[in-house]
Design a protein. Structure first.
Length: 135
């Protein structure tokens, strides 16, 4: 009888550990984002469920062309956004107003608001690189 209790505790512990090892059902996706062969300096990458369930959208910052995201497995639409500085603009309509960078979207709509990018996320860690063409 004394062997039965420790053995059952061990089996229960292993079952719980196995159930938790998936990190809540998330996979790690990392990689690079290039535009016209150059790393995207600063941007945003979104994994959107292909079935349209908006409660599982994951965003990852892109910095110097690199990103990492924790994403649920499944079919995803991928949106990539990046901005480019096209000038300066006043913050206020006054003569002494400070200025800020004036920016516009760097990438065509086919990579963001009307994305054509798709990726199937599988369990575990994986690498997905995006080599995009600018406007």
């Amino acid at each position: 009888m004394t062997r039965f209790v420790p053995l059952s505790a061990l089996v229960l512990g292993l079952a719980v550990a196995a159930g938790c090892s998936g990190g809540g059902g998330k996979a790690t996706v990392s990689g690079t984002v290039k535009v016209d062969g150059q790393p995207l300096k600063k941007g945003l990458l979104r994994f959107v469920p292909a079935d349209g369930k908006a409660d599982d959208v994951v965003e990852a910052d892109v910095t110097d062309g690199k990103y990492t995201a924790s994403v649920s497995p499944g079919d995803k639409k991928v949106e990539v956004r990046g901005v480019k500085v096209v000038g300066k603009q006043k913050m206020y309509d006054t003569p002494d107003s400070p200025t800020v960078d004036k920016v516009e979207e760097l990438l065509p709509k086919r990579y963001n608001s009307a994305t054509e990018l798709k990726y199937t996320v599988t369990s575990g860690s994986q690498t997905k690189d995006f080599d995009l063409q600018g406007k």
